[in-house]
Each structure stands twice: as structure tokens, then as C-alpha cells.
Write a new protein. Sequence first.
Length: 261
Amino acid sequence: MFKRFRDDMKKYWKYAIYSSKAQLKAEVANSYLNWLWWVLDPLCFMLIYVFMFGYVFKSKEQYFAIFVFVGITLWDFFNKCLLQSVKIIKNNKPIVSKVYIPKFILLVIRICVNGFKMCISLLIIVAMLAIWRVPLTLNILYVIPILITLVTVVFGISCFLLHYGVFVEDLGNVLRIALRLVFYLTGVFWNIMSRLPAPYNSYIGKGNPIAFLITSMRQCVIYGQAPHRKLLLLWFLIGLVLCALGIRKIYKSENSYVKVI
């Protein structure tokens, strides 16, 4: 299976990149502000949360604007990739029903599109760090393994959602409700470790992958601290297992997808 996956990635990688670029251009084709919406969208959400929780509820988090923006950036990537993966086969019916393409390539395309937008938000974070003069340490290099782990976990979960989304019509609605609950348990605009009593803060902060990755990103970017390295490695390995099992399931069932849609 690994050899087949590797060969498919080599064969369809250029198609994935080309399709990602085409989708990004299509998203802003009829917009007056064009690509600026990719900057304004997360910024507007950040301003709303900063006003509500920084001024109305008087949060005492240091560098609160950056704190919130880091959470929004990673959550937005996680949330969009998972929601889009459920209907990705049905939304690409003209392609899937006419030509053969490994179905996980459709996930790769969506991850590339959402990943590009996340990179824009990360550049905004860099600018914010400079404006607020946040002291940086070498621990900021942990951003790379954190993002790799995020993409790995998202891809693994998305493979299962792609598969079951073909057969379970209501999965998208169930997932939307579940993600709404996870959003409030992720600490996008509040600190899980300090706001929740022990041991629940540890259970949620470490057992929820996106909550753990957001906390880890804040630790290395804002506070100059190293994340929990063993737990980061564990979530990366879990992501790899999810990817392997998910790709195996897609390969095993992809011929039946066309019959269902």
C-alpha cells in the first residue's frame, strides 16, 4: 500500500498543485478585494474576539491579540479541512465519475488551498510579533513540527470523513455540531490550562489534538517555551496511523464510491 501511495503522490502531485492554484483563483475571481479577503477574514474574527473577551470579559492573557490570532489560524485550517472532506467526493462527482484519480488527492488539494490561507495568517502573526515586540527564542523553531503534526492529523481524520461521508448522508450535519462543541473545548480565545480546574484541563488540553497544538504553538511563538515534546511526537505518530488506516480504507472502497454518488 505504501508503494502505491508513493507512486500515486508522484504521479498526481502536479495535478494537485495546479488544481489548488485554480481553486484559489476561482475563490476571488469576482471579488472586489480579491486576495485581501484571506487577510481580512481572520483579522475581523480576531478583532471581534479581542473586543469581547479582552475588553468585555477582561481577559488577562499576555499579548491577547496574538494569543487569539494563533488560535483562529490553526482552528480555521482544522475546521475547514474536516468540514470540506465530508462532501468532497459528491462535490467532485464530474471528475470522480469520468476519470480515475486517487480519491485522497482531492483531500490533498483542499489541504493545499487551506494551507495557503493558513500561511498568510502565519505571516500576519510574524508582523504582529514585530509590532508588539515580542521577545523570540530558538523555541520558535518548534512551529515546524507543530504544523507538520497538524497537517498529518487533519489528513488522517479527513480520510475517514471522506469515506463515511459518501455513505452517511447526515454525517456533515453531525460533524458540524461536533466541531462546534470542540471549538469551545479548544481554547481559541481562552487558556485551557489556567481556566479549567485540574485534572480536566490536562485531559482536554492533551487529549484534544487541536487544543494541544494551539497551546503548543502559543508556547513557542508568544512565550518562548518548548512544547511537550513527547506528546507532540505521540500525536504525530497517531496522525501517521490515522493516515495509513484512512488511505487503506479509501483504496479498498474507492471503486464503490461512484456507484453510491
